[in-house]
Unconditional design. Structure first.
Length: 411
């Protein structure tokens, strides 16, 4: 009898663990038809990864020095956390405009949570804090980095409920998360994995090894370096000007930059007690980049004409499309060279690869006045960001500084 009872308890525990940590509702209720990018996160897998990391680090078991027992956590806020968190971007909206829709289990609890987190009530169910906007609509709430699309999203609720055949299997396959680019009915998926000290975003199948490239550029890059071919230039330029790559005729880009803190003198004028004009000088420290950019073109005449039509080259031969001046642009046999004039920056050896490498620098985040202390802390923990491309394989790595704790326990 005792053995049967133990077996029954084990069975119940196994069923509980399965439905709590493994079973997932794969239906995606809130993905608009006009979404062009979709980010999914498997919250059940994230929970399993968190528990596994927590259990393997006993020092965290009794570490509650940062916990306030009087505050309500997000899990207790009255929100229903879906098995797949859905974050989307809408066509023809700003690059930084992202949204997510969640169901409410307890509206009053959620309102109390917003008050606790010091969200400002703007009226009509709209709340705002920093870079986050929240709109409560009935039994749902819309989260966004902008409130510009809230009205249009609200009209789509009926369409969401009619889309019962839209499942996570279309976008994610075994990874912690995914980023999906949707264009003309075609979907391109990229997996997201959170490791001990980095986050990887990559093409799921057949990913090339970018380790050797990272090793080479990491040794020689103080802040920024990049090499891009025509296809990659077009991909990045499309965020700002969809016609840039084709119209400018640029086939290859190579760039390098360093950061430097310099004294900037501001001259103002005032008057003394006798109304005599006096000059006042104020010195402040500013951070500026020193850089060099090489642009290769199969048709330099076409490229130069494009720059002139855009009024990007002034009479002083400065390239005004780059706001960090003074600089100078020089016409060469195979293209153009753009350099900052105060300090020469030498580019590293050409690797003939497609990559962007940005190393974190204290001068970079110390001047970001709009960020909160938590956001500055998160940025300061980053070591470098790497983007690489080989054929149809894409790879992004966000490397954080080494710590005794894995990344998922630091959040």
């Amino acid at each position: 009898m005792k053995k049967k009872l133990i077996a029954f308890v084990i069975l119940i525990a196994a069923i509980f663990i399965y439905f709590t940590l493994y079973y997932r509702d794969k239906e995606l209720k809130f993905v608009p038809r006009n979404a062009d990018v979709l980010i999914l996160m498997d919250t059940k897998k994230a929970t399993r990864q968190y528990i596994s990391s927590f259990l393997s680090h006993p020092s965290e078991w009794i570490n509650d020095k940062n916990k306030d027992r009087n505050t309500v956590s997000l899990l207790e806020s009255g929100l229903k956390i879906p098995d797949f968190l859905q974050i989307f971007h809408l066509q023809n909206t700003g690059f930084s405009d992202w949204y997510s829709i969640l169901e409410l289990k307890n509206k009053q609890k959620f309102l109390a949570y917003l008050q606790q987190e010091k969200f400002v009530d703007k009226g009509n169910g709209l709340f705002h804090k920093g870079h986050v906007f929240i709109k409560i609509e009935g039994a749902n709430c819309i989260l966004g980095t902008s409130d510009s699309a809230f009205e249009n999203i609200n009209r789509l609720f009926l369409a969401f409920s009619q889309r019962t055949n839209f499942t996570s299997d279309t976008f994610i396959d075994g990874s912690l998360g995914s980023i999906s680019v949707i264009s003309n009915g075609k979907i391109r998926n990229f997996s997201i994995d959170v490791n001990a000290d980095d986050i990887e975003i990559k093409t799921p199948a057949g990913t090339s090894d970018f380790t050797s490239i990272i090793s080479k550029v990491q040794q020689k890059t103080p802040f920024f370096t990049a090499e891009l071919d025509r296809g990659n230039i077009k991909n990045f330029a499309s965020f700002f000007d969809k016609n840039f790559s084709g119209s400018a005729g640029i086939d290859y880009l190579k760039a390098a930059a360093e950061l430097e803190q310099v004294n900037d003198t501001i001259i103002t004028y005032g008057y003394d007690d006798d109304f005599n004009e006096i000059e006042k000088k104020t010195i402040r420290k500013i951070t500026q980049p020193n850089y060099s950019i090489s642009l290769q073109s199969s048709d330099p005449e076409k490229t130069e004409q494009y720059f002139e039509n855009k009024k990007w080259i002034n009479v002083q031969h400065q390239f005004t499309a780059i706001p960090f001046q003074p600089n100078v642009i020089e016409r060469q046999k195979s293209g153009f060279e753009i350099k900052s004039t105060k300090k020469t920056v030498r580019s590293s050896n050409q690797l003939n690869e497609n990559y962007i490498f940005i190393r974190n620098n204290e001068l970079l985040f110390s001047n970001l006045k709009l960020l909160t202390s938590k956001e500055k802390k998160a940025i300061s923990d980053i070591d470098y960001i790497f983007y690489g491309n080989k054929g149809r394989n894409y790879y992004v790595k966000l490397k954080v500084k080494e710590n005794n704790l894995p990344l998922i326990l630091r959040w």
